[in-house]
Design a protein around this ligand. Structure first.
Ligand SMILES: *Cc1c(COP(=O)(O)O)cnc(C)c1O
Length: 412
């Protein structure tokens, strides 16, 4: 009998400080963490100083090669470690972290766009992003915007102008969960001389790495899956070094949307378990989507993992390990019936946000405005967004089932 270890050639040993030798899961654990030189603590401590000792000749901080820390609005120990981890997880060269996802999104757009430029934006995006492009940027910066159905590539092409500088979308759109074809959009944007920015909040690594599919910048709300525990806010912009440095030195330094060291530390800790949490959330969401799709009391279910989803194939070709942790659905009856359903839930909490350890539900009627682009059942019946957590899928399904019965009677 041969013993395998006797004949095996020695493996190349990975090194936890050398990304090139590590898989993404190992980097999720070790990336950006630096043992403390003073105490020997094995985790980067929370450095709450707002200022760092200057070099003997302070003028050297302006040297291109200067790598020290100076002032926490611009860089701190916890921010730097988090940036190191995030950049590599998304296969970028650099990252800049911010106090919220919106600060990061604003910074990316503010960097890329100049007065008179034109942007093509998905007509279903996070509502504050829609607000930025509907009112703030046109009024304050003279930016022109077309909102298009991002799943209709001909409509995207038709919206392009000589002045188009930006195409922006989410991979899986909040809240109706339509799915954008990122490689196709990258080709369209680049052929027109525009950049493609992707809000990948719903699809963090290892599910999706938009930079690998041709995107120029990836933005995350770290508040959601990255932190994952519902107790901190943050945002990040990731991409090539040059563009990210423009985002940092322009928008972060001058507008000052910095993240606190404590929140950076919390997100760093939360992100260690991101691949495990995401796998569980995708698995739970798939089971719940299948339950809802089979239930006659549910009028419509949107989940990219269902074969009935219009962009199921596109989702399948881009995503790894699952189709995300959010399930959106529509319920019949009246507004009062739908409120009765939501308020009867015992495990699931009614609250905005997503990507948390606990399952959250947000029901909204859309009498007008942003919902104009949604699928017809959502316009007619409102939209229930279920942000699936880490509980047992059986408990979540039982909670949904009993509350459906409370509001609508039994399923048969
Ligand atoms: C929550 C969210 C944001 C905004 O992030 P904040 O951290 O709340 O500022 C942006 N995009 C998407 C898709 C989101 O879900």
């Amino acid at each position: 009998m041969t013993h395998q270890h006797a004949t095996r050639t020695p493996a190349t040993r990975p090194d936890k400080h050398d990304f090139d030798t590590l898989s993404g899961n190992t980097w999720s654990v070790h990336g950006g963490n630096h043992a403390d030189q003073t105490t020997g603590a094995i985790r980067t401590p929370i450095v709450m100083a707002n200022s760092y000792r200057l070099p003997e000749d302070p003028s050297t901080i302006d040297d291109p090669g200067f790598t020290g820390l100076v002032y926490t609005r611009e860089h701190g120990a916890n921010q730097r470690g988090l940036e190191e981890k995030l950049a590599r997880l998304d296969h970028g060269q650099a990252a800049a972290v911010f106090g919220t996802g919106m600060a990061a999104l604003h910074a990316a757009f503010f960097t890329v766009l100049n007065p008179g430029d034109h942007a093509v934006v998905s007509n279903v995006v996070y509502m504050r992003v829609a607000g930025l492009f509907e009112t703030v940027f046109p009024a304050k910066l003279g930016i022109e915007v077309d909102f298009v159905d991002i799943t209709d590539l001909d409509a995207v092409r038709a919206a392009l102008r000589p002045t188009t500088r930006l195409v922006h979308t989410e991979v899986i759109a909040n809240p109706d969960l339509r799915v954008a074809d990122i490689p196709a959009l990258a080709r369209i944007a680049h052929d027109a001389g525009a950049l493609l920015t992707i809000d990948s909040t719903f699809t963090p690594p290892p599910m999706m790495r938009p930079l690998d599919h041709g995107a120029d910048l990836v933005i995350h709300s770290l508040t959601k899956y990255y932190n994952g525990h519902g107790d901190a806010m943050g945002g990040a912009v990731i991409g090539n070094r040059e563009l990210v440095e423009q985002v940092r030195t322009g928008a972060l330094w001058h507008a000052g949307g910095a993240i606190s060291p404590f929140n950076a530390w919390l997100i760093m800790r939360g992100s260690t378990t991101l691949p495990l949490r995401l796998a569980r959330q995708c698995e739970n969401a798939q089971a719940i989507a299948e339950f809802l799709a089979a239930d006659p009391r549910v009028v419509h279910v949107s989940y990219p993992g269902l074969p009935s989803h219009e962009q199921h194939e596109v989702a399948n070709s881009q995503l790894a390990g699952g189709f995300g942790g959010v399930v959106s659905f529509a319920l019949g009856g009246t507004h009062t019936d739908r409120l009765a359903f939501v308020n009867d839930l015992r495990v699931i909490t009614s609250a905005v946000s997503l990507g948390h350890d606990e399952t959250l539900v947000a029901y909204e009627e859309y009498p007008e405005g942003p919902a104009a682009a949604f699928a017809q059942p959502f316009r007619e019946h409102g939209l229930v967004r279920l942000a699936v957590g880490l509980e047992s899928a059986d408990d979540l399904i039982a909670d949904l089932d009993v509350s459906l019965t409370t509001a609508y009677g039994p399923a048969h």
